[in-house]
Write a protein that binds this ligand. Structure first.
Ligand code: BGC
Length: 395
């Protein structure tokens, strides 16, 4: 067997194994030729936190061939395998093989973010006449703010969990109570995040929350993608489309000014596909300078609260293509400007500057301090409910 044929055969066996494909018998195939596969979800130990809490891992195999590992620490995705156009699987998300990686290196890899995704100015907001102080854990441009919930966000909790199956779809439901006063936020918040992996290779995230006092809520997931496979170069050649005509410009502290700026004629115009690397280093653009590249919120065209396309990402050599659909009004596109080669990769090497990108569906950063932005305030008796889908395929 020549090496190309052998590699393809091996890839196919891997696809078949992960996908639970029974008819393939190692014969070289594409996903579409694998025949009927069976979805499954299995549980195993992932390790322990530094405080001794057991962390569980869930291995989800979708009937369509995509597979993923998620853990209850941070209700996060650790690995996500998708086929390239030849059916060869790669883990396309950044993460760590041990709990300590997540505890020691605070990059939010794959995690559920809460109570409030992205930044809140000065770690303060006023709600119904009361000013609340939350911990500042970030200071871009030397300006302190709260990032992703505070010093101990939802990414830092061990969630309760149970496995789910619904026909060909498999999932995990994560639940957690954030107590009144958690990180300084008012109200006891009961949170549920459900991950589904569908037979159509869709990773669907459903979020729900209820509170007993008015509080800001903005939940998202901080998965980083690299369609070459994690630890395998940069994302600068990935082609991105964002279904957004405006973005929310920021100051030097990466806090929105409150304006909505048209993207037309700027490096922020992704209304048609652009390679990320083409304009990421534009010299004379203040917004690019503040972000150290792309690290901004786009105002999605769809403001209806119904599921609609928000973004598309394509990488030519692998053929991997993904659409992001969401009910949220915004999306943070962050191109890994704070990643360095000091961060180990799961496959034994190391990451690199811009070695992954995040597309975080959300309400706009600093909304609790911006009355003109869509409201993020959840009140007693209301149900916070939102969904986002990452849809994987090849082209
Ligand atoms: C933010 C970045 C931040 C990163 C942390 C992103 O959502 O926009 O500024 O550095 O999260 O990993």
């Amino acid at each position: 067997m020549n090496s190309v044929v052998r590699d393809l055969a091996l890839a196919c066996v891997t696809v078949a194994t992960l996908a639970g494909c029974t008819t393939n018998k190692g014969r070289c195939c594409k996903m579409s030729e694998c025949g009927k596969s069976k979805a499954s979800v299995t549980v195993s130990p992932f390790g322990k936190t530094k405080t001794g809490l057991e962390v569980k891992q869930f291995h989800l195999v979708g009937a369509g061939g995509v597979a993923m590992d998620v853990i209850d620490y941070g209700a996060r995705v650790v690995r996500l395998w998708t086929p390239d156009r030849d059916g060869k699987l790669a883990d396309i998300t950044l993460g760590f093989n041990q709990v300590s990686g997540y505890e020691d290196i605070d990059l939010y890899f794959g995690s559920t973010i809460g109570r409030f995704g992205n930044r809140i100015r000065d770690g303060k907001f006023t709600l119904d006449g009361v000013t609340y102080t939350i911990p500042c854990n970030n200071d871009p441009g030397g300006i302190p703010c709260t990032l992703h919930g505070g010093t101990s966000g939802f990414n830092d909790r061990v969630w309760d969990s149970r496995t789910l199956t619904n026909g060909d779809d498999v999932g995990v439901e994560f639940t957690m109570t954030s107590p009144d006063g958690d990180q300084g936020y008012p109200g006891k918040l009961d949170v549920k995040v459900t991950y589904w992996l569908t037979a159509k290779n869709v990773w669907r995230l459903e979020y729900e929350a209820k509170t007993d006092k008015a509080t800001p809520v903005n939940l998202t997931n901080h998965v980083y993608f690299n369609f070459h496979g994690e630890g395998n170069g940069t994302i600068l050649d990935h082609e991105l489309t964002l279904f957004a005509d405006y973005m929310t410009p920021v100051n030097a502290g990466l806090i929105p000014t409150g304006d909505l700026a048209p993207v037309k004629g700027t490096p922020f115009d992704f209304t048609s596909p652009w390679k990320i690397g083409d304009r990421v280093n534009t010299k004379d653009n203040e917004q690019i300078k503040f972000g150290g590249g792309y690290d901004h919120n786009w105002v999605l065209r769809n403001q209806s609260g119904k599921l609609a396309a928000a973004a598309a990402l394509y990488e030519k050599t692998s053929g991997r293509y993904m659409e992001v659909w969401t009910e949220e009004p915004g999306i943070q596109f962050y191109c890994g400007n704070f990643l360095t080669d000091s961060v180990p990769s799961k496959s034994g090497g190391h990451l690199t500057f811009r070695g992954g990108l995040a597309l975080e569906t959300q309400h706009y950063p600093d909304s609790p301090n911006k009355s003109s932005f869509p409201s993020v305030i959840l009140r007693p008796g209301q149900l916070y409910k939102t969904a986002t889908e990452y849809r994987f395929s090849t082209r």
